[in-house]
Design a protein around this ligand. Structure first.
Ligand code: AR6
Length: 206
C-alpha cells in the first residue's frame, strides 16, 4: 500500500507529498539542495549529479564563471542532463546554527526563489527534496512547516506553476511532512485547503 498526501489549493494548484527518490521524478524540474560552490557534493546533490551525468556540472561551472558562487537562499536553473526532468533548479539551504542566524527566512527563500524561477520559466510541475535537513542539520519538523507554508503561499500567486511535489527520502521524512501538513491545514481551519490520502498499490499517479 502506498500513501501520498495531496493538498488542493483553492486556486487549482496542488501540493503532493510522497516518499521516494527525487532523481526518478518526471516533473518539469527537480530542485537540488546544493552548496554555494555548485560543484556537487553528497546527499541529494550527489545523487542528482550521478543520475543526470556530467552535463549538469558543466552547466554549473558556467553559472559560477558568470555570476560567482550562489548565495544561500538563491536559486539557478541548469539542464537536467540525462534525468527525466528537463531542468535542475539548484538552491542553497542554510546550515543550521541554532535557529537565530536567519535560518527560517533563508530556508523559506530557497523554496520561494525556486518556485519563482520555475514560474518565470513557465514550468508547470516541480519537485522538491527536504532542503537543509541532511548534511546541513536543519530540524526536519521545523523545516517541513516552513517548506509547506512557503510553497502554499507561492503557488497561490504563481501564473504557470501548478504543482509542487515533495519527494521525501524515507518513511520518517514522509511522516514528518505529512504531520506538518495536518497541522497547517488545522491552522487554516479547513477554509482553503484539504488533504486527500490515497492508498494504492500501483505507481503514484502523475
Ligand atoms: N531523493 C530525495 N531526497 C534525498 C535523496 C534523494 N535521492 N538523497 C537524500 N535525500 P542533503 P542539505 C534527502 O544532505 O541538508 C550536499 O553535500 C536527505 O535524506 O542532501 O541541504 C550538498 O552539496 C535529506 O532529508 O542536503 C551540500 O554541501 C534531504 O534530502 C549539503 O549536502 C537533504 O539532505 C546540503 O545539505
Amino acid at each position: 500500500m502506498r500513501e501520498l498526501v495531496k493538498i488542493e489549493l483553492t486556486g487549482g494548484a496542488a501540493i503532493f507529498l510522497e516518499e521516494g527518490n527525487i532523481t526518478r521524478q518526471r516533473t518539469d524540474a527537480i530542485v537540488n539542495a546544493a552548496n554555494s560552490s555548485l560543484m556537487g557534493g553528497g546527499g541529494v546533490d550527489g545523487a542528482i549529479h550521478r543520475a543526470g551525468g556530467p552535463a549538469i556540472l558543466e552547466a554549473c561551472k558556467k553559472v559560477v564563471a558568470a555570476q560567482g558562487r550562489l548565495p544561500t537562499g538563491q536559486a539557478v536553473a541548469t539542464t537536467g542532463g540525462r534525468l527525466a526532468a528537463g531542468y535542475v533548479i539548484h538552491t542553497v539551504g542554510p546550515i543550521w546554527r541554532g535557529g537565530d542566524h536567519d535560518e527560517p527566512e533563508l530556508l523559506a527563500s530557497c523554496y520561494r526563489e525556486s518556485l519563482r524561477l520555475a514560474d518565470k520559466m513557465h514550468l508547470v510541475r516541480i519537485a522538491f527534496p527536504s532542503i537543509s535537513t541532511g548534511a546541513y542539520g536543519y530540524p526536519m519538523e521545523d523545516a517541513a512547516e516552513i517548506a509547506l507554508r512557503t510553497v502554499m503561499d507561492e503557488l497561490n500567486t504563481a501564473r504557470h506553476t501548478r504543482e509542487a511535489r515533495f519527494v521525501l527520502f524515507g518513511a520518517d521524512a514522509y511522516q514528518t511532512y505529512a504531520n506538518a501538513a495536518d497541522k497547517l491545514i488545522a491552522a487554516h481551519k479547513g477554509a482553503q485547503i484539504h488533504i486527500i490520502r490515497l492508498n494504492d498499490t500501483r505507481e503514484v499517479p502523475e
